[in-house]
Design a protein around this ligand. Structure first.
Ligand code: PEP
Ligand code: MN
Length: 296
């Protein structure tokens, strides 16, 4: 059936009824809100900021970031104790903190009364997340690991599903449908950049697909977060791409921040420092005010 194609180009209105009935919007006002301990993600009045280092390197790093967040009246920390690094050869510098990292998150969460989003990559660690993580992140590389998606869904915890950089919206919504079908409705989507044509390879690692943000808002009721840090791989561009994400209607923005990006263990090129973070949050708040939204 070649009717009425949506901007993703690969989803028909018939598909929405038969393949993505749980993801699809039922009417133009249909919008899901994922309530994470009182924080309403997807509420059109809110813009949620997830910020933190790429990797949960140490307790002191997470504690420093938590303080920085609280000063900006923000509460959602990010950081991976488990990292899908592109190569298996890891010098000491790149070593994941794994279960110990979850412990760091647990203490920071308790001490600063903040919330945490963090990636889990294997089902065997899902029973360890209750005290340390508020939202389980499923990374780009696991987006189509269907048995894992179902296992994560069964935890009943809120989930953020990142779009793989080579995935169409059809692929993404198919993966999202697995999670909803497994009975977990606390689902958030994340656009983190797609593989760019070679014309872009010298200027960015991926292309932040803001068209997808707009299209997903039309196709589905699920909240959608934008991750400019992973898309552009360039700390100097994160500011403007964050403002663009807000303007495009993202329900939130995920940012990589670190007190000393040059010495961040992973992804230091895309990571912004505290000064850049303060400036960005100040500007996001100004624009959000005009849009009658609160930055949380
Ligand atoms: C991350 O958020 O740290 C991450 C690894 O992202 P992605 O899965 O999008 O590469
Ligand atoms: Mn990263």
């Amino acid at each position: 059936m070649i009717d009425n194609k949506f901007p993703g180009k690969d989803i028909t209105s018939e598909d929405l009824k038969t393949k993505f009935p749980l993801c699809a919007k039922k009417n133009s006002n249909h919008k899901s809100i994922v309530n994470v301990g009182g924080v309403r993600i997807g509420d059109k009045k809110n813009v949620i900021i997830f910020a933190g280092p790429n990797m949960v390197e140490s307790y002191s790093l997470m504690s420093s970031v938590a303080k920085k967040m609280l000063k900006n009246k923000l509460i959602f920390l990010r950081g991976g104790a488990f990292k899908p690094l592109t190569f298996p050869y890891r010098s000491k510098k790149y070593c994941e903190t794994r279960e110990e990292g979850l412990e760091f998150l647990k203490y920071v969460r308790k001490k600063y009364n903040c919330k945490v989003i963090s990636e889990i990559m294997e089902s065997k660690f899902l029973n360890k997340v209750d005290e340390s993580i508020d939202i389980i992140q499923i990374g780009a590389r696991n987006m189509q690991n269907y048995p894992f998606l179902v296992d994560v869904a069964k935890t009943k915890k809120p989930i953020m599903l990142k779009r793989h950089y080579g995935a169409s919206l059809r692929d993404l919504l198919g993966a999202a449908e697995y999670i909803l079908h497994a009975g977990n409705k606390k689902l958030i989507l994340c656009e983190r950049g797609i593989t760019a044509p070679h014309t872009h390879s010298s200027t960015s690692r991926y292309l932040l697909d803001l068209t997808a943000v707009v299209a997903l808002k039309e196709l589905t009721h699920l909240p959608i977060i934008s991750d400019p840090s992973h898309a552009c791989f360039n700390s100097k561009w994160v500011h403007d791409l964050s403002l663009a994400s807000l303007a495009a209607g993202s329900d939130g923005i995920m940012l990589e921040i670190h007190p000393d990006p040059k010495n961040a263990k992973v992804d230091n090129l895309q990571t912004i420092n505290y000064r850049q973070f303060d400036k960005l949050i100040k500007e996001l708040k100004k624009i959000a005010k005009v849009m009658k939204k609160n930055v949380i």
